[in-house]
Design a protein around this ligand. Structure first.
Ligand SMILES: [Fe+2]
Length: 116
């Protein structure tokens, strides 16, 4: 999956915008595990003037179209742009998190999770 035409490309802004996906590198088939997602190595603001208004999580499995598995719409300034959820997989997959900033556009982070 590629969002090349939509993705931000400013290296400094990338530190505040590229979603970070924390999940195990390897999991057992069908066994639930936790996935944590936050926006940026440096925390992104969540104020009315500058905030993340949507984080979409896609699951990409080889030879299949990416599947939207979760949508998170934090309400600034009350809700931070970070969350966790539980997932179970049967096949090695790539998780994609796509964050939308009201000022700096769309940013993508990804993580491959191997199923053993
Ligand atoms: Fe931003």
């Amino acid at each position: 999956m590629s969002f090349d035409k939509l993705l931000g490309n400013d290296a400094q802004e990338a530190q505040r915008h590229v979603p970070i996906i924390e999940a195990p590198e390897r999991v057992k088939a069908g066994k639930s595990f936790e996935v944590k997602i936050r926006v940026g190595e440096k925390p992104h603001p969540y104020t009315f003037p500058h905030h993340i208004f949507s984080i979409l999580v896609f699951l990409e499995v080889e030879n299949r179209p990416p599947l939207l598995v979760l949508r998170y719409d934090p309400f600034p300034p009350l809700v931070e742009p970070r969350f966790s959820f539980f997932l179970s997989l049967d096949t090695t997959s790539v998780l994609h998190a796509v964050a939308s900033c009201n000022i700096h556009g769309i940013w993508e982070g990804e993580k491959k999770i191997e199923v053993i």
